[in-house]
Design a protein around this ligand. Structure first.
Ligand code: ATP
Ligand code: MG
Length: 570
């Protein structure tokens, strides 16, 4: 059986095809199960899209389920942010928005069921004691040893006593942390997850959906598989760290009267160079003010990437290219940038913007004259149309496009040299004006009226074409240039006693004021994306106010991915 959309087959899709062939399942139902304790990042995008695409390819269903079992870290703000991001990515859960907290009552009943079967007990050990009694794995050379753990003295309470205590736990008779409910499995199991895992803990905290109704909260291990079973999930796709939890996932499902048994499949997490991905680490960056918020354009969060100007299509393409596998790898940040460039190259209209302006007076151009030149919105796509850009006696060019004493490899403007102004004329630099500190403040140039449109009738050539903006028509803007958030490909790789924050890039944000834009950009709306000719891709930031536009640089034009690919022989 082939998948509907012809997506490449990977080991997950192979398993699903086999499950349908063998009759283990007759349909496909997946879910994305975020914990609402932070914003989604690009790693989550992989999970969202994988689950959504698979459901679609097999004509199945896709659920959004909030795994909200930890009241202390979760909030409605995060729920809303996650919904916004999943929708933006293009994954549609239709009306299937679920919450693990909606299953608290059912989970509670199943816990009583296990107690009655003699398969769960109330334990009075403290969290520290629970972990001490469980024991730990010891690594000896190539071997991993797991000496047996120790049974809790409360492990053999009677069913009646357990039921009574558990009901009183629910009723709020015991202090926080004083008791837990544990599954009674095997304290010498080689897999530590099977050593009587905790199912419930007592927490007196208000939950963002259930308020103060509960003081018993299920652990992830106890809630997850049963939530999948309740929703009829066939393939519970998750990341590799849950592989060692799978025997437990199956133990619970095998010992409960669940309506349905899902299959868990694990894949390798997405990792990216020059950034950190875990919500816990991102939260620290946000809380300590190293970035401006969860949607800071330097973060790998979907909200940050959206604000920076990334398109959902670029992220989808990136995820497609990364593929799915079982082995961990770190993907180059440059591939992500390559995908956004590729997409924006097709869709972003071209504009002229001078980020670091240098004033140029064209001495032989008539005072007060204005010409409007027709400029292509996208040279690669004629259907994108044209716009008019005004030209006049005083213009701005980019400071870096002029050098008073140019080295041999510098072909742009220099004293005595002629260059082309895009869409307009050739100009020649005659004079350099400096202030008292020697800083260049203005160039005096002459233009050749015969080169109108950018070609010389006598066939003479110039080596550079510059972008420019007419001073009298320019609108001013702030432009925020972003660079990598960290200076090292793996920011978490720090010597003993050092903090990964030491790897933050102090120049990850450079703010330029007084940038000059062509007037057609007037009124651009937050979220609109453009290519500023020769400078890169830019997106209007929500901080923009009428008359004061703010732009974020999404990416420069230089594609370093191609270079890396060549180097790696890909
Ligand atoms: P984090 O470590 O960033 O907090 P998490 O796994 O704790 O991530 P959840 O909200 O529990 O975050 O994750 C929801 C789903 O997203 C899970 O199925 C998880 O496996 C998946 N996921 C999380 N990070 C990645 C990643 N880097 N690559 C692929 N999938 C991921
Ligand atoms: Mg988590």
């Amino acid at each position: 059986m082939a998948t509907r959309t012809g997506e490449p087959r990977d080991f997950i899709r192979e398993i699903i095809i086999e499950d349908l062939r063998s009759g283990r399942y007759e349909r496909v139902h997946t879910r994305f199960p975020p914990e609402p304790n932070g914003y989604l990042h690009i790693g989550h995008a992989k999970s969202v899209l994988l689950n959504y695409w698979i459901a679609k390819e097999f004509g199945g269903k896709f659920n959004l389920r909030f795994d909200n079992t930890n009241p202390e870290k979760e909030s409605a703000e995060y729920v809303e942010a996650i919904k916004r991001d999943v929708r933006w990515l293009g994954a549609d859960w239709e009306d299937r928005e679920f919450y693990a907290s909606d299953y608290f009552e059912q989970l509670y009943e199943w816990a009583e069921y296990l107690i009655k079967q003699g398969k769960a007990y109330v334990d009075d050990l403290s969290p520290e004691e629970v972990s001490e009694y469980r024991g730990k794995a010891i690594i000896k050379g190539d071997e991993v040893l797991t000496p047996p753990g120790k049974e809790s003295p409360y492990r053999n309470r009677s069913v009646e006593e357990n039921l009574d205590l558990f009901r009183r736990m629910r009723a709020g008779e015991f202090p926080e942390g004083s008791k837990t409910l544990r599954a009674k499995i095997d304290m010498s199991h080689p897999n530590l997850n099977m050593r009587d895992p905790v199912m419930y803990r007592i927490i007196y905290a208000s939950h963002h959906r259930t308020g103060s109704k509960w003081c018993l909260y299920p652990t992830y291990d106890w809630a997850h598989g049963q939530s999948d079973a309740i929703e009829g999930i066939t393939h519970s796709i998750c990341t590799r760290e849950f592989e060692v939890h799978r025997p437990l996932y199956e133990w619970f499902l095998g010992n409960l009267p669940v309506p349905h048994k899902p299959r868990q499949i694990e894949f390798a997490r997405l990792n990216l160079t020059y950034t950190v991905m875990s919500k816990r680490l991102l939260l620290r960056l946000v809380q300590e003010g190293h970035v401006k918020g969860w949607d800071d354009p330097r973060l790998p969060t979907l909200a940050g990437m959206r604000r920076r100007g990334y398109t959902p299509e670029a992220i989808q393409e990136f995820i497609r290219r990364v593929g799915v596998s079982k082995t961990e790898s770190i993907v180059e940040y440059e591939l992500l940038e390559h995908c956004v460039r590729d997409d924006l190259n097709k869709r972003a209209p071209r504009r002229m913007a001078v980020l670091e302006p240098l004033r140029v007076v064209i001495t032989n151009y008539p005072d007060g004259q204005v010409e409007w030149f027709e400029a292509l919105n996208n040279p690669e796509d004629p259907s994108a149309g044209t716009r008019k850009v005004p030209f006049s006696k005083v213009i701005y060019i980019e400071r870096e496009d002029f050098m008073e004493e140019p080295p041999p490899e510098f072909f742009r403007l220099a004293p005595g040299r002629e260059v082309r102004l895009r869409y307009a004329y050739f100009i020649r630099c005659d004079e350099v004006i400096k202030d008292k500190d020697g800083k260049i403040v203005e160039l005096r140039c002459t233009y050749d009226p015969a080169t109108r449109g950018g070609e010389a009738p006598d066939g003479r050539k110039v080596k550079a074409t510059l972008h420019w903006v007419s001073a009298a028509h320019a609108i001013e803007a702030e432009v925020r240039l972003y660079d990598r958030l960290f200076t090292k490909p793996d920011p978490l790789d720090v010597p003993e006693g050092h903090d990964w924050l030491e790897n933050l890039n102090p120049n990850s944000l450079v703010v330029l004021q007084g940038c000059k834009l062509e007037p057609s950009l007037e009124g651009a709306e937050p979220g609109e994306r453009f290519q500023f000719e020769r400078k890169g891709y830019f997106c209007v930031d929500p901080d923009s106010r009428p008359g004061r536009l703010v732009f974020n640089r999404t990416a420069t034009l230089r594609d370093t991915w191609q270079k890396i690919k060549r180097k790696q022989g890909k």
